[in-house]
Design a protein. Structure first.
Length: 130
């Protein structure tokens, strides 16, 4: 498997567990010191624990991921770092009901010992409007 295929596989695995609301597997795809920038959250999250705490708060409000689809994927390899960008369509539920979001996302992966690619940064952007 080429490094690009490894990244695409790691990214698809991350999207799959997110889309299944498999919280444990989703957060295990991120380094403990990963950082997160979301357009709908006012502050940067400086580590995985901060994101996990925010996720738990969302779940108290009925948050659940129902499905997630990735398209328009692109990989840039920079040695042991890879930048994965894509468009993401997510079906969600909260106490107000079900809704679908369409966003753009960047996930930075780092090649770690044992040959795995681990996510070290995620940036979620609102989609551009034509």
């Amino acid at each position: 498997m080429t490094p690009q295929q490894e990244i695409l596989s790691a990214a698809q695995a991350l999207v799959n567990v997110f889309g299944q609301h498999d919280t444990r597997a989703y957060f295990e795809a991120f380094s403990p010191d990963a950082t997160f920038m979301f357009h709908n959250v006012p502050q940067r999250l400086d580590n995985r624990a901060a994101y996990e705490a925010l996720w738990a708060e969302w779940e108290k409000d009925g948050f659940k991921v129902l499905s997630c689809e990735s398209s328009n994927q692109h990989v840039q390899l920079l040695g042991d770092i890879a930048i994965f960008t894509h468009d993401v369509k997510t079906r969600l539920r909260n106490n107000d009901g079900e809704f679908t979001s369409a966003e753009r996302e960047t996930i930075v992966f780092q090649h770690v010992s044992g040959g795995a690619w681990l996510a070290v940064h995620e940036h979620l952007s609102a989609p551009t409007v034509a």
